[in-house]
Design a protein around this ligand. Structure first.
Ligand SMILES: [Zn+2]
Length: 64
């Protein structure tokens, strides 16, 4: 209840601190610039630490 997320569009990997910026995408991982986080494949691995299938669970929204 106390959690208050302000969505700034960027997401951070909880393991390696990789930051996903939808405006930049992740070209090295085949994600085009402008791809919203919500449109990433469910099993898309973190391009930095490659924790396949857990990316979306471990990512957290950056607070504004
Ligand atoms: Zn990672």
């Amino acid at each position: 209840m106390a959690e208050k997320w302000v969505f700034t569009g960027k997401w951070t990997c909880g393991w390696c601190n990789y930051v996903y910026d939808p405006s930049k995408g992740a070209p090295e991982a085949g994600i085009k610039p402008g791809t919203p986080f919500e449109d990433l494949p469910e099993d898309w691995p973190c391009p930095s630490c490659n924790i396949s299938g857990k990316f979306r669970k471990q990512m957290r929204k950056e607070e504004g």
